[in-house]
Structures are given as structure tokens and as C-alpha cells.
Design a protein around this ligand. Structure first.
Ligand SMILES: [Zn+2]
Length: 369
């Protein structure tokens, strides 16, 4: 006999199931900034297994960006769509005599969340745990303060420096060892939904038939300063670009409504400006028009903090018109990012419709501002 309490909180539709399966695979891959190889290889294999419609090329540039150009000799504006492959994590920077590993964060990680995290090094080859001085050995003064990164280490169970050196090299990465989970009410959790959710949308968009040159950039090193996108935009030389991202979501207890950047489940978020770019008004207007015409939910990203690859793309060569489409995501840069599968579906649909509108309007000359 089944009771209500034993039933899952939520049952995905077939379409959602397919998205979740791919998002799970993407989020479980380890690709801290500068070490995106596994993510790139997975994406490349997917693209080769399900090629885009029309003539296309796939290349990995010297920085590691994966660039796909579809229908490059078609007329009309060159449309770039970007999503970053990298995730935040830790880099092993020193090995102590007793075999403990010292590390530095890669990307914006709050050191207060690090103690007691279970991590994995070298694509899961070496398991470990982040440790610090135990609480019962701390002075009352120490107990009041958060650990600093310098006071923490990764314990892989090695008993000496040479034993640790046999397992791990300096410069290797550690990632949070958090399994992807389907939660209740249409939500999923994973360590790298920022920005594998964007990568998934871009992968899906590559299956669409585009009337204009469609230039996909799966970028590297976004989390350490939008580095890969600069090179990708230079190489692809686009007229316009859409950046697919996740953005902070603060629909949480204790956060006043005015400070809630985005709300989970209320649709993809559009940005008018952030720390790194001011969005092109016409491109944003077209996205809004498409959302309203199709009855898709959308929301503004409130507040102007944060930045993304749009900032690096817009200043390449003679300038690129940019806009971003972001999925609200709770607990960004933490071991368990949470996002809504409905937002993912709506984000994909809005990106698809919006990009067709861009292609249509800009091919007709388009009003620039
Ligand atoms: Zn991101």
C-alpha cells in the first residue's frame, strides 16, 4: 500500500526528464576554470553525435573554448550565443610534510562554506575532505571567527608528503563531491548548474534551423575574469551576442522583496545592466516582446551586481551588441546549486524565439537603439 508520504514530491514530464538527464551528466563533470577538458569533450561528442542543421565546423581554440560555427556563409547578422563551461572549485597549491594539501579557491567561493566539505581531486581519482583545527582544540577567541583559507587543508588520507605526491600534483583541481539530485516541486540540485544549465540550452539551440550564421561559444575561465569569452568573441567576430547564464536568486527568508535579485520558478531573467555590461535596449526589447507574445514567464534581474561573459564580448573588435538571459539559481558558487526545471524549459524557449526575432529584425536593418 502506498501512502501519500511515500510518493515523490514531483514527477517530471518526458521532456523534462530528457533535460534533467543531460543536465545531470553535465553537472557531474568536473571542469574548474582552466580545467574544462571533460566538459568540452562531452559537449563535442554530443555535437558530433547529433550534428547541427547545415554546414558547420567545430574547433577548440588555444584557450580551450569550444567554438561551433553553423551556416557561416548565410546572409544576415552574425549571431553568437555563449555559455561558460567552467565551474568554481579549489586548486592544490602546496603539500605539507604530513601529507595534507593546501589549496586556493578558483573563482568566487566564500571561505566560510569550505570547512567539512567533501571534495574530489583529478576527476574523482582522489577523494578528500576539507579540514581545519577541530573545535575542541580552538581557543574561545578562535571559535568566534570563521576559518581563513590559509588555516584549512584537504585531507586525502596520505601520511607523508611523498605519499601525497604519489597521488596528487600541484595545480590539480578539487571540486565539491555533491551528487546531482532531483528535489521536490520541479527543482534540481547540482554542484555546477552554474553554468552547465546554460551549456545545455546552447547545446539544444544547436539543433535548431537558423537563417543566419549561428556561432556557438562554450567558453572557458568565466569564473576567473571572463577570460575565454574575450578570445571566443574575437575569433567568431559576431554582430550580436546572447549570453546564457545562471544568476543569483534570493527569494529566501530574511531577504526583503526589494533585495530579491530573482525568484526561482518565475521564469528566465533579463538584465538591463550589471557590473560588466549594459545590455543593448533593442535586443532586450525583442526578447521581452517574444516572451509576452508566447505567454512565457520572464522577470527582470533586480540589482546590478555580478557580471558575465557579455562584458568581455561587447568590447571585442569594433564592438558587439549584447544581452543576457539568465536562469535564477539558489546557492551559486556553493556545493548545491538549485534551479527550477520550468525556468530551464522557459529559458530554452525564450532563447529560441528571441534569437529568431533578432535574426528577423536585424536582417531587415533593425533600429539600432
Ligand atoms: Zn556563471
Amino acid at each position: 500500500m502506498t501512502t501519500a508520504a511515500q510518493e515523490p514530491l514531483w514527477t517530471p514530464t518526458k521532456g523534462q526528464e530528457a533535460l534533467i538527464t543531460r543536465l545531470r551528466q553535465l553537472s557531474e563533470l568536473d571542469g574548474v576554470s582552466g580545467g574544462e577538458g571533460p566538459v568540452r569533450e562531452w559537449l563535442r561528442a554530443q555535437i558530433e553525435a547529433q550534428p547541427p542543421k547545415g554546414p558547420f565546423t567545430v574547433e577548440t581554440d588555444p584557450m580551450g573554448n569550444l567554438l561551433v560555427r553553423v551556416g557561416e556563409d548565410r546572409p544576415g547578422p552574425r549571431v553568437m550565443v555563449a555559455a561558460h563551461m567552467d565551474e568554481v572549485g579549489l586548486m592544490i597549491t602546496a603539500i605539507e610534510d604530513d601529507g595534507l594539501l593546501r589549496f586556493r579557491p578558483v573563482g568566487g567561493i566564500d571561505p566560510r562554506i569550505l570547512p567539512a566539505q567533501v571534495v574530489r581531486i583529478g576527476q574523482g581519482r582522489v577523494p578528500g575532505v576539507v579540514g581545519g583545527k577541530p573545535i575542541h582544540l580552538q581557543t574561545p577567541e578562535e571559535r568566534k571567527k570563521a576559518y581563513r583559507v590559509e588555516e584549512l587543508y584537504i585531507d586525502i588520507g596520505a601520511r607523508s608528503r611523498s605519499e601525497a605526491e604519489g597521488a596528487v600534483q600541484l595545480g590539480e583541481y578539487a571540486t565539491f563531491d555533491t551528487p546531482f539530485q532531483v528535489l521536490g516541486e520541479g527543482l534540481v540540485m547540482g554542484k555546477a548548474l552554474d553554468d552547465r544549465a546554460g551549456c545545455l540550452i546552447l547545446l539544444e539551440l544547436l539543433q535548431e534551423e537558423w537563417p543566419v550564421p549561428f556561432l556557438a561559444a562554450f567558453t572557458v575561465q568565466e569564473e576567473v575574469g571572463l577570460r575565454g569569452a574575450q578570445v571566443a568573441a574575437y575569433r567568431l567576430n559576431p554582430d550580436v551576442a546572447l549570453v546564457l547564464e545562471t544568476t543569483s536568486c534570493a527569494d529566501l527568508p530574511g531577504v526583503p522583496p526589494a533585495k530579491q535579485v530573482t525568484r526561482l520558478g518565475a521564469g528566465p531573467a533579463l538584465t538591463f545592466r550589471d557590473r560588466t555590461s549594459i545590455a543593448d535596449p533593442q535586443l532586450v526589447r525583442l526578447l521581452i516582446q517574444e516572451a509576452e507574445a508566447a505567454g512565457l514567464p520572464w522577470q527582470w534581474k533586480h540589482g546590478t551586481a555580478g557580471g558575465n561573459d557579455a562584458g568581455a564580448i561587447q568590447t571585442q573588435r569594433g564592438g558587439v551588441r549584447v544581452a543576457s538571459l539568465s536562469l535564477p539559481c539558489r546557492y551559486l558558487h556553493q556545493p548545491g546549486n538549485v534551479l527550477s526545471v520550468r525556468d530551464l524549459e522557459h529559458g530554452l524557449e525564450l532563447a529560441r524565439r528571441g534569437l529568431h526575432a533578432w535574426a528577423r529584425e536585424l536582417s531587415n536593418g533593425g533600429d539600432r537603439r
